[in-house]
Design a protein around this ligand. Structure first.
Ligand code: GTP
Ligand code: MG
Length: 231
């Protein structure tokens, strides 16, 4: 059961080097399918899925882009208004892990610093063992150092795919609710100040009414210890 009828909208990006499995993760998560043939993404693609996270309805727009430089159209538009990002590498390809830092720099350059970030080591298949070159411990250590949530996934075996997407959405939702709370508090402060101002206005108004007669004004002024002096 959802906590409220409100639907929270999030734009979640998937970034990383070519062939790490970005499109496969998106397709696995949204369509529950997997394709073993490699069709590089050209430009940008996106899919939508609605999730219930902590009893809140979240409509997640997942944006997938080309890892290959020549097909890349990553511009400011791609990053604009993003609430979360999955930074993907391939556990069987060390080079894709060493490029993670570059992708994080891109995010820092284009996105709000509060953007939810999850590091994903994909292709961690059940039979990966001898092919695995990026060790879990190394990636874990790195994610701690960079303050990122971390999952090892397999789009092929459907391992941890939901977990990674749910986690990035949960973090994005947490940010959204927190900033809303701060906004509400500021608004409450502002309107209580507004109340004070309108009281002051009505005090001023009274003072003006009484101030019409110099005599009465003087009397009140003395009574209030001159508090109405500046009005
Ligand atoms: N064994 C294995 N192969 C995978 C997995 N995920 C993706 N692949 C394969 O890796 C290849 C590349 O996957 P894509 O999802 O197209 O990679 P991509 O990151 O979107 O690549 P670009 O679009 O070029 O950036 C494909 O042949 C997939 O079938 C996985 O978890 N395990
Ligand atoms: Mg792709």
């Amino acid at each position: 059961m959802a906590r409220s009828t409100e639907i929270f909208h999030f734009k979640i990006l998937i970034i990383g080097e070519s062939s790490v499995g970005k499109s496969s993760l998106m397709t696995r998560f949204v369509d529950q399918t997997f394709q073993s043939t490699f069709i590089p993404t050209v430009g940008v693609d996106f899919k939508v899925r609605t999730l219930i996270v902590d009893d809140y309805q979240c409509k997640v727009q997942i944006w997938d882009t080309a890892g290959q430089e020549r097909f890349r159209v990553i511009t400011t538009t791609y990053y604009r208004d993003a609430s979360g990002v999955l930074i993907v590498y391939d556990v069987t390809n060390g080079d894709t892990f060493s490029k993670v830092r570059r992708w994080i720099d891109e995010i820092n350059k284009h996105c709000d610093e509060t953007i939810a970030k999850v590091l994903v080591g994909n292709k961690d298949d059940s039979d990966v063992s001898s092919n695995k070159v990026v060790l879990t411990e190394d990636a874990q250590q790195y994610s701690k150092h960079m303050d990122l949530a971390f999952y090892e996934t397999s789009a092929r075996d459907n391992k941890n795919v939901d977990k990674a997407f749910y986690e990035v959405t949960r973090l994005a939702l947490k940010n959204r609710l927190e900033s809303r709370l701060i906004q509400n508090k500021n608004q409450a402060n502002y309107s209580s100040k507004d109340n004070l101002n309108s009281k002051a206005a009505s005090i001023r108004l009274k003072k003006n009414v009484f101030g019409g007669s110099g005599k009465k004004y003087k009397k009140d002024k003395n009574k209030n210890g001159g508090c109405c002096k500046s009005g």
